[in-house]
Design a protein around this ligand. Structure first.
Ligand SMILES: Nc1ncnc2c1ncn2[C@@H]1O[C@H](COP(=O)(O)OP(=O)(O)OP(=O)(O)O)[C@@H](O)[C@H]1O
Ligand code: SF4
Ligand SMILES: [Mg+2]
Length: 334
């Protein structure tokens, strides 16, 4: 699989927002690849830059400085005129969001919305586009798709609305799907169904998927490769199996430790990572995770001061790089 060229290739991507209090670098020199038929999971806590990354891929940042390179099937997207980006969005790459209601128009039936999307990208006639909408609803498992295509978004449950969003995203047969927290608002059973649906469609179409989530449980279910983000940068990047078996960065380790376990008592407290995310306005000189890092806290003074003064670069084994001065490729008890 890895010898096929990547569909999406991101190199040294940085996104900086000008704000009244100074520039905010929300994404800093990030690099990753996604191939056809593979899922890259991007995980990190709130504010780590996951959504800013995905919006940059779609070219949706206006007013921000975007540097680096983003190529889709070899075509450079950074600096592409808006008209050309518009053609690619929806047609070759599509996105689904956490809250389908914010992306669906309340006054149009779901069939009209999917059909319109199809018409815009394929120039198909009204009737053909309507038929495609019914087919797309059937493909995502909506029962009685013809009748339901004539209903409005508020007549669908949360899980069904997310299916509608997936139908809309996939109606134009994109090659890349970016899913930003697509199941966060859903209960666990519906969440599992939606993840299963995305995986099934991915297999049928060799879709490249970027799955963004703060939930390592979701990553464990669907991702082939995982990028852990902290403070806008890559903390660790590895095939999913390696990341779960031998997490090397203390932050990844903390995320894994905060997952609920089957043998937890019902009243056991959640093991959150203490402290808060770093400021992006005035980043400290050393490792962004240093104030919260248990490994640094236990280290001798000279090592600790190294953590606080020098920013660790992403390095280590080619297949499993980590941004930490003292990485520990530790085995995790099952
Ligand atoms: N338009 C903007 N102007 C200034 N700062 C922004 C803008 N958009 C995002 N940011 C900042 O960039 C950082 C990363 O935001 P982003 O939305 O990517 O986080 P996230 O990882 O998706 O978090 P969440 O899990 O909460 O969705 C945050 O600190 C956010 O405040
Ligand atoms: S560089 Fe130091 S502070 Fe940063 S994660 Fe590694 S051990 Fe912790
Ligand atoms: Mg987000």
């Amino acid at each position: 699989m890895t010898d096929t060229p990547p569909l999406l290739s991101v190199r040294d991507l940085s996104v900086t927002f000008p704000t009244p209090r100074g520039p905010v670098r929300a994404v800093d020199t990030l690099s990753f690849d996604v191939r056809h038929g593979r899922t890259l999971g991007i995980v990190g806590e709130s504010g780590s830059g996951k959504s800013v990354t995905s919006l940059a891929v779609l070219g949706l940042h206006t007013g921000a400085e975007v540097t680096g390179s983003i190529t889709l099937a070899g075509q450079e997207l950074v600096g592409l005129p808006e008209r050309e980006l518009n053609r690619l969005r929806g047609r070759r790459m599509a996105m689904i969001f956490q809250d389908p209601l914010s992306s669906l128009h309340p006054y149009y039936t779901v069939g009209e919305q999917i059909a319109e999307h199809h018409r815009v990208h394929f120039g198909s006639g009204r009737k053909a586009a309507r038929e495609r909408a019914v087919e797309a609803l059937a493909e995502v498992g909506i029962p009685e798709p013809r009748r339901r295509s004539r209903e409005y978004p508020h007549q669908f449950s949360g899980g069904m609305r997310q299916r509608v969003m997936i139908a809309m995203a996939l109606a134009c047969e994109p090659e890349l799907l970016i899913a930003d927290e697509p199941t966060t608002a859903l209960d666990v059973t519906v969440q599992a169904q939606i993840l299963e649906l995305i995986a099934q469609i991915q297999e049928e179409r060799a879709l490249a998927v970027v799955m963004i989530t703060h939930d390592l449980g979701v990553i464990a279910r669907v991702a082939h490769d995982v990028l852990v983000m902290y403070g806008g940068r890559a903390a660790e990047h590895a095939p999913a199996e390696a990341l779960f078996a031998t997490p090397a960065h203390p932050y990844t380790r903390g995320l894994l430790d905060s997952l609920p376990r089957l043998d937890d008592r019902d009243d056991a407290p959640l093991r959150a990572i203490p402290g808060s995310p770093p400021s992006l306005l005035a980043p400290a000189p050393g490792c962004a995770f240093a104030p919260r890092c248990p490994r640094a806290a236990e280290a001798p003074d000279d090592e600790r001061s190294h953590c606080r003064t020098e920013r660790p670069a992403l390095g280590g084994p080619a297949g499993h790089p980590v941004a930490c001065h003292f990485p520990a490729y530790e085995g995790v008890a099952p």
